[in-house]
Ligand binder design. Sequence first.
Ligand code: SIN
Length: 278
Amino acid sequence: MQSNSIQIHPVGGAVGAEIVGVDLSEPLTTTVRDTIRHTLADRGVVFFRDQSLTPEQHIGLARQFGDININRFFTHAEGYPEIALVVKEPHQTRNIGGGWHTDHSYDQIPALGSILYAREVPPTGGDTLFSGMYAAYDALSDGLKRTLSSLRGVHSSRHVFGVARPDMQDRYRNPEAAVQDAVHPAVITHPESGRKALYVNPGFTLRFDGWTSEESRPLLDYLYRHAVKPEFGCRFVWRNGSIAFWDNRSTWHYAVNDYQGERRLMHRITVEGCELAG
Ligand code: SIN
């Protein structure tokens, strides 16, 4: 696909952009790859429609943005450890990612983001919500920004992947591998855009470093309510062949679980990132 046919259409006011005119099954030109990268850094999540990728092409696409993180906890597509299965079968009631979170904040070097490819979506429902952490940070008062500038969040994988989850045992594995704890600035400077982003999340942040859980709770709860104001977010309605590529450093996401009795099958590849600074 020619780089001069690429078009970018912002989706929400603060976050999200649909990119059209790109066939992701082909190797990207440097111009197209850089355009996707810059749009991702700016808008937090980019969407593509009507893509047709083999597992090899999905892997090839991800490698153009960095090394691939082999997920420790999710089952993977047969023969492709790089591809984590984000699946919910008709008889299953819990979904994966059904709460606000940003992936891998429990790692000392958190992943850049994920490329989620829709293989089988329910007739209705199963949307994904995104919230933009640049906008969430920008909207805070100067006083709270000053307080947060000296705080660091303690993140962990243990309480999510390390505990017995009978309801998720056919989709999560290796609970003994959930030993990751990490401390990151509560506000990071995004490594590519240079913008400030709120970097605590309800899924994996336990408390502020040097504070007890009890002391941390009221401020974290305030930030969690604030960060999902509708004006910071957007909603993506999937079709088979849709792709969302999100940046974990500047967005949260939430997989809506409103399609009981239907199947939803997504292939997710996660791209490695870098250490985060305030
Ligand atoms: C995830 O949290 O990685 C899954 C998101 C989704 O399935 O929409």
